[in-house]
Design a protein around this ligand. Structure first.
Ligand code: HEC
Length: 448
């Protein structure tokens, strides 16, 4: 209630919507948005987390060459994950555009320059990643340069999510639209940074798990490739990354919830989020068992952990969507009202335009003859273009200086052209015929 009053306050911008039907049912778009976004963000997590881990391994590799080789292995996964992340991002982007057109557009426009910058930034980061991957051996003797290339793209990867988060955060809060001035002021809205930390943790946790699997594959000759490293130790460390990443989520998650404006925090959102969190605890217990358990049994909980984490992500993603629709709902109602009012005005204006022109407006014409033309001849003639009959300018030209002839035709037309004949206009009276003929000969002929 309080919120809807707040919304009506002058600071809130209520725009009108585009009154077009959705191309498919709304629930379908929501489904696409939630599911495809999760797939997209999972690969983004792999990409960002993978590039951070590569950087860490490559730095460790300065001392212990096998770590450099390990970094090389991880680097192979980043570009694949990157491509999948980009492709999988298209569907949710289209869905959010269709479902939240005016909200998303407004947020994009308000953070305009930075929003557009995503494209060059991401392009540069991708190119650097490829350069880093393909020049591994060529830059063998110039590690500083090689690592700097990766570090630059990691830095870009760490920055771009901030732009996205700022945007999707801003779109939820129309009451902020009039006070925000560009990207930076939208960036400092209360819950952008907690959400950012939440995202970074997810990147590490997800990538840790992905690499536990990647290095655990049977056909992966770990011992041959990295003689000085233990497969078990590396995988255990990666599990640890996932574990602590998840632990930190339990600290950051509540901060995200607290900093979110409460008007969207319905019971539905809390239930979904808390259920997700409880399931996460189960996964973390298994994780802990893997890390502390006997070497011989290592890996036996992996599938369960991966599946449960997937379910957790599904709950969190749904909670996020529920929050968004809760929080936007009151504003949507205002927009719907405004749109309805606008459509009513449009209809009225259309009806007004379709009304036949009355005498008052007709006599307001510049020459009395023009008014007579408007009343008696427009059904078949236009001033400049052919309609049923020739254009008035053309007709006037035929009778230049021959008003009598023109009057004669109007009273008693002949048959000159193909198509229908012109009906006689004698019924409008000699005076009016004379006036319209004068207008044609005077005004129209002077035009040419
Ligand atoms: C119902 C349709 C209709 C109306 C109303 C009508 N005209 Fe015509 N008019 C025509 C047609 C059709 C022609 C072409 C006739 C032909 O080529 O034989 C024509 C031709 C003309 C010509 C050309 C004559 C020529 O020698 O080529 C003039 C001038 C003209 N109309 C004046 C008027 C004026 C002035 C009015 C109103 C007072 C008017 N018309 C009302 C259908 C109409």
């Amino acid at each position: 209630m309080f919120y809807s009053i707040l919304l009506q306050a002058q600071t809130t911008i209520v725009q009108k919507d585009i009154p077009l039907p959705l191309p498919v049912p709304e629930w379908f778009l929501v489904l696409i948005l939630v599911l495809m976004f999760l797939v997209h963000i999972l690969f983004i997590n792999f990409m960002v987390g993978g590039s951070i881990l590569t950087l860490v391994y490559q730095l460790l590799g300065l001392r212990k060459p096998d770590y450099d080789k390990l970094a090389y292995e991880v680097a192979q996964t980043i570009t694949v994950n990157k491509s999948l992340a980009v492709v999988m991002g298209i569907a949710p982007l289209l869905a959010i555009n269709t479902l939240y057109t005016t909200y998303f557009y407004t947020a994009n426009a308000l953070t305009g320059l930075m929003w557009i910058l995503i494209i060059p930034l991401v392009t540069i980061a991708f190119l650097l990643l490829y350069a880093h991957k393909f020049m591994w051996h060529r830059l063998e003797n110039n590690k500083l340069l090689h690592i700097s290339i990766l570090a630059t793209s990691v830095a870009i990867f760490l920055f771009v999510p901030l732009i996205f988060l700022t945007n999707v955060n801003l779109m939820m809060f129309p009451d902020k639209w009039s006070v925000v001035e560009g990207f930076l002021s939208a960036l400092v809205l209360p819950n952008v940074f907690p959400r950012y930390l939440h995202f970074l943790n997810a990147c590490l946790a997800a990538s840790g798990l992905l690499l536990v699997w990647y290095f655990g594959r049977k056909d992966f000759d770990f011992e041959v490739k990295f003689p000085s490293l233990s497969r078990y130790e590396i995988r255990k460390n990666l599990y640890t990354v996932t574990f602590y990443g998840s632990v930190v989520q339990f600290l950051v998650g509540p901060i995200v919830l607290i900093t979110l404006p409460t008007q969207g925090l319905g019971w539905n959102v809390l239930t979904v989020i808390l259920t997700g969190a409880s399931i996460a605890i189960v996964a973390m217990v298994w994780l802990w068992k893997e890390i502390t358990g006997p070497v011989a049994q290592f890996g036996r909980h992996f599938t369960k952990i991966a599946l449960t984490m997937g379910v957790v992500v599904l709950f969190m993603g749904s909670g996020r969507q529920l929050y968004r629709s809760n929080v936007i709902d009151p504003h949507r109602k205002l927009v719907a009202k405004k749109t309805a009012e606008y459509e009513k005005l449009v209809k009225e204006a259309q009806a007004e335009a379709l009304k036949p022109k009355n005498t008052e407006t007709a006599t307001a014409a510049a020459h009395p003859g023009e008014a007579i033309f408007q009343m008696n001849c427009v059904a078949c003639h236009q001033v400049n273009e052919k309609l049923v009959g020739p254009s008035m300018v053309e007709a006037a030209g035929i009778y230049k200086g021959n008003i009598a002839g023109l009057i004669g035709w109007i009273k008693q037309p002949g048959k000159k052209r193909e198509g229908p004949a012109m009906p006689a206009q004698a019924h409008i009276g000699d005076d009016k015929i004379k006036q319209v003929a004068q207008w044609m000969d005077g005004t129209l002929n002077s035009l040419c």
